[in-house]
Write a new protein. Structure first.
Ligand SMILES: NC(=O)c1ccc[n+]([C@@H]2O[C@H](COP(=O)([O-])OP(=O)(O)OC[C@H]3O[C@@H](n4cnc5c(N)ncnc54)[C@H](OP(=O)(O)O)[C@@H]3O)[C@@H](O)[C@H]2O)c1
Length: 359
């Protein structure tokens, strides 16, 4: 035996990770999060469970497999939240975190219960914080009893808008007005739309680029933007219910009840009304932008607005989001946060950032 081998220091047993993580959802965002887990930034995290809608995995060797996401499509245990929670409870980690990277309302309804069990929740899902007011209140009740809630990914895909809003409020600053473009897909569509190409052609391109939901009515209806506005308003101290938000849908009545395929066949029905609005705006030197707005009285509106060329939303690019916060201390000029407000990498990074912020 060589001297080198004889003197080899026996490696100490691996230290307990600071954070044990269960990941729910291995789609676009969850898949990007799994890639981040392989980077040095996530060295303090240990994945103890992962699931899609049909299968899950708690076996450490299988969880460490880089093709976990693909494998879950065809192999793994049947879905059972209890087994995932047991794997989390059995971990010796200092912090135990459930990451919700789904759009499942059923899972969102369980966030308060997971917090009550002493776990932390980090979410890309806008429900329950942007859902019914009763769900928001249940969440606040659970948070008052312990646990922390990472929600950076729910608005602006991690742009630091919620953190800024809460920080200002903690300092006694009060939101007087909020205005912005909260949807990456609607930002792209109206940044492009100058009347030269029919809106339906742009919408098809946006869908092909993956900017819209598979059924673009989810974007065009304004409901997703309304949820983000509710999350922001509630964090600013306005306890608004969904019916307090005036949402002007871009989907004509005649197209609302169709199945997705039939809707996609009839996109040209969107063209004439939008062309008329564009021409009317252009005649006044304005452009169309999809804005969300909240005033100091808690009046909340979502819809298309003709804004002048000097408006900050008129100068956006690509899928940029914009949040302009007018407060008692940012009164003469609003505090403006702008940047890409969609995309798997930045959204997954927001999830990781929230987990790391737990300490
Ligand atoms: N994409 C973005 O840029 C972005 C940005 C900000 C926020 N978000 C939000 O992030 C969330 C995920 O978005 P995404 O784009 O990643 O969606 P996605 O690609 O459709 O993925 C959703 C994932 O959730 C899984 N899932 C559904 N129900 C589940 C359940 N009960 N248990 C476990 N897994 C379940 C799905 O499983 P299957 O694969 O079996 O269907 C899928 O893996 C949504 O709430 C979305 O609004 C997305």
């Amino acid at each position: 035996m060589s001297t080198v081998l004889a003197e080899r220091v026996v490696a100490p047993p691996p230290l307990a990770p600071r954070c044990a993580v269960v990941l729910l959802g291995t789609g676009v965002v969850g898949g990007a999060f799994l890639k981040l887990l392989d980077t040095p930034a996530a060295a303090s995290l240990r994945l103890v469970g992962a699931a899609n809608s049909r299968r899950q995995q708690i076996n450490p060797a299988r969880l460490a497999d880089r093709s976990l996401r693909e494998r879950l499509k065809t192999e793994g245990d049947a879905r059972d939240d209890a087994a995932l929670l047991a794997a989390l409870a059995a971990s010796d980690a200092v912090r135990k975190v459930i990451i919700d990277a789904t759009a499942s309302a059923a899972l969102a309804a369980r966030h308060p219960e997971w917090l009550a069990r002493g776990h932390h929740v980090v979410t890309a899902s806008k429900a329950p914080a942007g859902g019914d007011l009763a769900d928001w209140r249940a969440l606040q009740g659970a948070l008052a009893r312990g646990g922390r809630y990472g929600d950076s990914a729910t608005v602006g895909a991690g742009l630091p808008v919620l953190a800024t809003l809460r920080r200002l409020r903690a300092c006694g600053d009060r939101l007087l007005a909020l205005e912005g473009v909260f949807s990456g897909s609607l930002s792209w569509l109206f940044n492009q739309y100058d009347g030269t190409r029919p809106f339906s052609a742009l919408l098809r391109e946006a869908r092909e680029r993956g900017y819209t939901e598979p059924d673009p009515r989810a974007d065009l209806s304004g409901e997703d933007v309304a949820r983000k506005l509710l999350i922001l308003a509630r964090n600013a101290g306005f306890a608004l219910d969904r019916n307090a938000v005036d949402v002007a849908s871009l989907v004509p009545e005649s197209l609302r009840m169709l199945d997705a395929e039939a809707f996609l066949d009839r996109l040209e029905a969107l063209d004439a009304p939008l062309a008329a609005r564009h021409a009317e705006a252009a005649a006044r030197g304005r452009v169309l932008r999809h804005l969300a707005r909240l005033d100091r009285h808690g009046r909340a509106r979502v819809g298309l607005v003709a804004v002048p060329a000097e408006h900050p939303a008129a100068r956006l690019r690509d899928t940029d989001n914009l949040f302009a916060l007018t407060t008692t201390r940012y009164r003469a000029q609003p505090l403006v946060i702008q940047g890409p407000g969609a995309g798997p990498e930045v959204t997954a990074q927001a999830l990781l950032g929230d987990v790391l912020a737990l300490g």
